[in-house]
Design a protein around this ligand. Structure first.
Ligand code: SAM
Length: 489
C-alpha cells in the first residue's frame, strides 16, 4: 500500500505539472513510434464514402495491435475512416490515463469549488451530442472541409439555424467540430466519431437516449420500497423506465420488442470497446502461447465483437460463441461477412444458450467473459459463473474482462495481482484518468442492478463459486481477471 505522506500546496502542483509534461511526452512518443501524425484539433477533415468491407484492411505483418488503425476493419469502426492522427494503443491509453488524472486533479485543486461543481452538474453537452449524432450533422458536413454555414446545414439536418449554431458552439467549445468562421462549422477528428455509420455514433445514441432516460429514474426507483430493496435486474431504473410497456424483464428481453435498439446496442458494444480499449486483450494476453486448436468459449459473446478480431489475429485458436438465439443469428451473418474462411474451416461454432439455465460448452481451455459479470448482482453473476465452473476441466481458465475498480484511497489491494499503482500525488485509482469505469459502475446499477467490481469483489465472487484468482492483466482501463478452479494446479 502506498503510504508516503501526501504532498501539499506548491509541491503538489509542481508534481502534477511534472506528471502532465512526462505523460504528454510519452503520448507524443507513441504517435512517433507508430508513425501516426500528432493530431490537430484545428485541422478540418473531409470524408468520402467508405471502402467496401472487402477492401478494408485486416491484421497483417507489422501491425501494431488490434486497436491500431492497421488491424481494424469495418465492423470495429463502422466502415468509416478515423481521420488523421487516429491511434489507440495500450501505451497511449496509459499515458492519457496519467495525463487526464493530473490535469483533472490540477484544475480541481486550483479552481474555485463552485466553478467545478456547477460544471459537473450540467448535462447539456451530452444532450447536444445526442441530438447532433441522431440528426447526422457530422455526415452533413462530411464533404465540406471548409465548413458549412448553419443556414445551409439547418435544412439538411432539420434543426433551426440558430438552435443548431448553439448546440454546435457548445460542442466546438469542447473541441468536437470547429467553428471556422462565425456560424460556419466543420468536422475535426473528434466530430468524425459521430458519423452515423460509426459504431461510436451508436454508443453515443445508447448513452444519450436509453441510459440517460433510465438514469433520470434512479431517484424515483429508490422512493419505491419494493424496487429500492431489490437487486434483481428486472427491478432496475431501466426496467422502471419501460414498466408501462413491459414488466419483469431485463433490457435484453426488452430488445425483443425493439429489434432496432438491439442492433444499435450490438454496434454500441463495439464503439464502447473501441473507447475502453476492449481489444487490447488480444495483444496483452499470451494467446500465441496456447497450442494450436486450443479452444476458447466466448460466453455471452454477442456477435463476437471480441472473438471475431481474436480469430483474425490468432487463427490457431478454435472458438465457440455462446449467446441467446437472436445475437447468435446476427453473429452467423457477421462471421460470414468478416471471416468466411475461418467459418468454412469449421474453426468457429455457434451455440445458442442461456447462461442462467445451461452449463457452458464442456472442457474448453479458456472461458472468456467480456462485459458479462458486470451486468449482474453477485447472486446472478454466481449463477453464470457456476454454469461455467461446472463445464471446466482442471486445466481450464476463466478470463473475466471487465473494469477492475480501485478504491479512491490507499488500500491493501492497490498493487495486488498485477494492477498498476498510480504515481503520487494522483489518487490511487487514477482519479479523472479512470472515471469512465466508475461512471460505468453507476450505469450498470441503472440498467441492470449490476456492478463493476474491485479485485476484492472479484475474489469474493470467485470464492463463493469454487474459483481462485490467478492474476490480473491491467489494460489501462479494463482489466482481465484470470480464474482457475480452486485447488487446481
Ligand atoms: C454487454 S453484452 C456483451 C457482449 C460481448 N461479450 C462483448 O464483449 O461485446 C452482454 C451479452 O450477454 C448476452 N446475454 C444476456 N443475457 C443472456 C443469457 N441469459 N444467456 C446468454 N447470453 C446472454 C447478451 O445477448 C449480450 O450479447
Amino acid at each position: 500500500m502506498a503510504s508516503s505522506p501526501p504532498l501539499s500546496g506548491r509541491a503538489e502542483i509542481y508534481a502534477l505539472l511534472t506528471l502532465i509534461r512526462d505523460a504528454a511526452e510519452d503520448a507524443m512518443r507513441e504517435y512517433e513510434i507508430s508513425r501516426v501524425p500528432i493530431p490537430s484539433l484545428f485541422q478540418p477533415v473531409s470524408f468520402s464514402p467508405a471502402p467496401s468491407p472487402a477492401s478494408s484492411p485486416g491484421p497483417g505483418p507489422g501491425s501494431r495491435g488490434p486497436n491500431s488503425t492497421s488491424t481494424t476493419s469495418n465492423i470495429y469502426h463502422g466502415a468509416i475512416p478515423k481521420g488523421p492522427g487516429y491511434l489507440s494503443t495500450l501505451p497511449l491509453k496509459k499515458a492519457i490515463r496519467t495525463l487526464e488524472a493530473a490535469c483533472g486533479q490540477l484544475c480541481a485543486t486550483l479552481a474555485p469549488p463552485v466553478h467545478t461543481i456547477v460544471n459537473r452538474a450540467m448535462p447539456h453537452e451530452s444532450t447536444a451530442l445526442g441530438i447532433v449524432a441522431e440528426r447526422g450533422v457530422a455526415d452533413a458536413l462530411a464533404r465540406y472541409p471548409r465548413g458549412l454555414h448553419v443556414s445551409e446545414l439547418s435544412s439538411v439536418v432539420g434543426i433551426p439555424p440558430q438552435r443548431l449554431a448553439r448546440l454546435l458552439r457548445l460542442l466546438a467549445t469542447r473541441h468536437c467540430f470547429i467553428e471556422v468562421q462565425p456560424n460556419v462549422f466543420a468536422n475535426n477528428h473528434l466530430s468524425l466519431m459521430l458519423l452515423t455509420a460509426s459504431t461510436e455514433n451508436s454508443i453515443v445514441g445508447v448513452y444519450t437516449d436509453q441510459v440517460f432516460r433510465a438514469a433520470s429514474h434512479l431517484r424515483d426507483v429508490w422512493k419505491d420500497p419494493e424496487w429500492a430493496a431489490s437487486n434483481e435486474s428486472t427491478k432496475s431504473a431501466f426496467a422502471w423506465s419501460v414498466k408501462d410497456e413491459i414488466q419483469d424483464k431485463t433490457m435484453f428481453e426488452w430488445f425483443a420488442l425493439h429489434p432496432e435498439k438491439g442492433e444499435r446496442f450490438d454496434r454500441a458494444m463495439v464503439g464502447f470497446s473501441n473507447a475502453a480499449g476492449g481489444l487490447a486483450a488480444i495483444d496483452a494476453f499470451p494467446w500465441h502461447m496456447l497450442p494450436r486448436d486450443s479452444t476458447v468459449c466466448d460466453v455471452g459473446g454477442g456477435f463476437g465483437a471480441f472473438s471475431l478480431p481474436l480469430s483474425k489475429v490468432h487463427p490457431h485458436l478454435r472458438i465457440v460463441l455462446q449467446d441467446l438465439e437472436p445475437p447468435i443469428e446476427r453473429a452467423k451473418k457477421m462471421w460470414r461477412a468478416e471471416n468466411p474462411s475461418y467459418l468454412d474451416a469449421g474453426r468457429v461454432s455457434f451455440v445458442p444458450s442461456d447462461f442462467f439455465k445451461e452449463t457452458a460448452e464442456p472442457g474448453m481451455d479458456i472461458y472468456y467473459l467480456r462485459y458479462i459479470l458486470h451486468l449482474w448482482s453477485d447472486e446472478d453473476a454466481s449463477v453464470v459463473l457456476t454454469n461455467v465452473r461446472k463445464a471446466m476441466a482442471p486445466h481450464s481458465r476463466i478470463l473475466v474482462h471487465d473494469y477492475v475498480l480501485q478504491h479512491a484511497c490507499p488500500n491493501a489491494d492497490q498493487a495486488s495481482h498485477g494492477t498498476e499503482v498510480s504515481p503520487a500525488p494522483l489518487l490511487p485509482n487514477y482519479g479523472a484518468g479512470s472515471v469512465r469505469g466508475y461512471a460505468q459502475d453507476v450505469n450498470m446499477m441503472t440498467l441492470f442492478n449490476g456492478k463493476e467490481r474491485t479485485i476484492s469483489d472479484m475474489r469474493y465472487l470467485g470464492e463463493r463459486n469454487g474459483l481462485e484468482v490467478v492474476r490480473v492483466w491491467d489494460l489501462a482501463e479494463l482489466g482481465i481477471v484470470e480464474f482457475k478452479l480452486k485447488d487446481a494446479p
